[in-house]
Design a protein around this ligand. Structure first.
Ligand SMILES: Nc1ncnc2c1ncn2[C@@H]1O[C@H](COP(=O)(O)OP(=O)(O)OP(=O)(O)O)[C@@H](O)[C@H]1O
Length: 328
């Protein structure tokens, strides 16, 4: 287990803390859907997901550049959350076995479970579910290390970190809580935190496993202006330390402010890509947003429904049996 909160840096990590260097790097990318990147950490091919007659996702090709902040934007129902669910193993593409392929940091992930995806270094944040709200802030960070509810999910997503000693786990949790200014709240129930503090906790919790890429689904939703700057600062710091950030966001001010690259989805497809300051004037983007309503938000609350939890638990049990058999 790593004993430090410093994220794993990629080959371009560190140097990309310099805005001029990021601009130079991204200026080499052709601003068009599916554009090749200089050093992609994530490559996705032919992912489709249908729900009945609706095609929620139909992504032909997408690359995410290592070490920068990429925003995934699009009107309600564009398929952003479904796309997150698919590449993190929480949902299966309709095109599975028919050309769907995605790899993270050079490793194919299309046949792996959500837990394996997390172990590969691609970690997403989760909204506080009921059971996580009833745990303290510290317990959330330790995630089931003391046999709490939600343990299976924790095991599924944080196994690399679980391999360590409890003392080290605790030190790391405290270090992260201090970084995110939640130290004082460590004994409070997570459910008592404000919207912004919850977002900070979600981020801190995800960092317990030292991800190479962090995926944030609407990190600014429900955050009051006082904490917005702090959250934005944290996201930028992660990037400056070498982490790759992929986030879904509706707030265009936030998108313009922190994104090095913007990917636009509409009706399941990637319809535009480009630097934040130019992509919003792209006719395809304007078309995608015209008439779109931004007041309904499916969010990822449904992500941890009973059926999903059950499937994750089965996956974890199967992987544990496999590991035990491997040891024997
Ligand atoms: N479990 C599901 N069953 C049926 N349809 C679904 C399901 N999940 C998503 N959809 C549909 O897939 C489409 C894409 O939804 P998705 O939530 O991925 O969009 P989104 O871009 O994340 O939207 P938002 O910005 O509102 O969160 C929508 O038409 C939605 O109704």
């Amino acid at each position: 287990m790593s004993e430090t909160t410093t994220p794993t840096t990629g080959s371009t990590g560190g140097a990309l803390a310099d805005p001029a260097e990021r601009r130079r790097l991204m200026s080499t990318v052709t601003p068009e859907p599916g554009a090749a990147k200089a050093d992609p950490i994530l490559k996705v091919d032919k992912i489709t997901r249908q729900f009945g007659g609706i095609t929620a996702v139909d992504v032909e090709h997408l690359e995410v550049q290592r070490g920068v902040i990429t925003a995934l934007i699009g009107p309600n129902g564009a398929g952003k959350t479904t796309f997150f669910n698919l590449i993190t193993g929480f949902d299966k593409p309709t095109s599975a076995g028919h050309g769907a392929h995605w790899e993270f940091d050079g490793r194919a992930l299309n046949r792996t479970s959500a837990s394996s995806v997390a172990r590969s270094g691609m970690v997403r944040t989760f909204q506080l579910t009921k059971s996580l709200s009833r745990m303290t802030v510290m317990e959330n960070m330790m995630l089931g290390a003391q046999g709490q509810a939600g343990e299976s999910l924790a095991k599924a997503l944080f196994r690399p970190f679980w391999a360590g000693e409890e003392k080290q786990i605790e030190e790391k949790a405290l270090e992260l809580l201090a970084r995110f200014k939640l130290h004082e709240k460590r004994a409070d129930f997570a459910g008592s935190l404000s919207g912004g503090q919850r977002k900070l906790l979600e981020m801190a919790r995800a960092l317990m496993s030292d991800p190479k890429m962090i995926m944030l689904d609407e990190p600014m939703a429900g955050v009051n202006p006082a904490l917005t700057q702090s959250l934005l600062g944290h996201i930028q710091s992660l990037r400056d330390e070498g982490m790759t950030v992929l986030f879904v966001e509706h707030d265009m001010h936030v998108v313009r402010h922190i994104s090095d690259w913007v990917v636009v989805m509409a009706e399941g497809r990637v319809v535009a890509e480009g630097a934040a300051d130019t992509v919003m004037s792209n006719p395809a983007v304007i078309d995608a947003y015209l008439g779109a309503h931004h007041d309904t938000d499916l969010g990822d609350d449904d992500l941890l429904d009973d059926a999903t939890m059950e499937r994750l638990e089965q996956e974890v049990a199967a992987e544990e049996t496999e590991r035990e058999e491997g040891k024997a």
